[in-house]
Design a binder for this molecule. Sequence first.
Ligand code: PMP
Length: 362
Amino acid sequence: MERQVFNFSAGPAMMPAAVLERAKDEIRSVGGIGMSVMEISHRSRHFAAILEGAEQGLRDLLQVPDNFRVLFLQGGASLQFSMIPMNFIAPGETADYIITGFWGRKALAEARRCGDINVIYDSTADGCKTTPEQSDLNINPDARYLHYVANETIEGVEFKYDVDGMGVPVVCDMSSNIMSKPINWDKYAVVYNGAQKNIGPSGIAVVFMRDDMFDRIRGEHHTLLDYRAIRDNDSMANTPNTWAIYMVGLVCDWLKDQGGVEAMEQRNIEKAALLYNAIDNSDGYFTGHAARNVRSNMNVSFHLPTPELDAQFCREAESIGLDGLAGHRSLGGVRASIYNAMPRQGVESLVDFMHDFAQKNG
Ligand code: PMP
């Protein structure tokens, strides 16, 4: 038996052990058909059942309303940064963007290729530690949509409420907190995510799109860049990432066994509190990045007194099986990503290590 490693990587991230075991058991013969999921046609009835199962799993867990379509695409969340403005903004039209971190800025840069974008909140100058209040937002009624990132993965800043578009359709990147809690669908027109954090392996993005949004698409687009074509071809306008879709189905089965996203939310709150308490009770040895009221339950970003100690902390943590803790290259420091698959025991081990490290090096 290999030693236990807790993987705190931001994504691709830790997968539930039970999911990996099941994938291993089924690798040569998925559903007892004598063939691997990686070798069957995406047009086969076997794969049709897998695709349907993955979609149904997501629908059941997130209680997706019937008037939303579930689309599986490639190109990660980053392609959505482009597809959204390409599909929804015609020349001369605008959209509103809220910027609370690195990924919001990436989305904005792509949107600016398509139109004149209004940035209605930007915390970049203050290091992206906050989110706006609803009352801070001056939403332009002519905006084709309002875009924001629910959880900024690098800064560890998470919205604690659903932004109201005040009549403007809200498009939300939930890459790093989807499945961590229920979604209030009344507030959203489009929700999207790259799967490799809380939903499956990399190589797949899941887009939930309200039916009326397809009628708001402007102009004609290349087939694979047009949401209507993806919808009309049931996410198989070309060969999809069959393996990743299969894995999404397994993660959904596992989540159901765990009691669903409501149960997960409770566990996630508790896991995050363990880490934030360790930071807050360290007499200033560890400093959290996000403002307290918007601390992410998924990505806990903090730093030690010096960059050298940050690096030493990550090195020593890795040597005892606490992996993937180095902060993103843009921010430095330490980041513990504690998605659904991270057991409480992993977080407790990290808290113990933080305590020991501060004692020795404080
Ligand atoms: N949005 C967020 C919030 C992310 O965390 C990431 C990836 N870390 C992305 C977008 C980009 O995702 P991808 O690599 O799947 O394109």
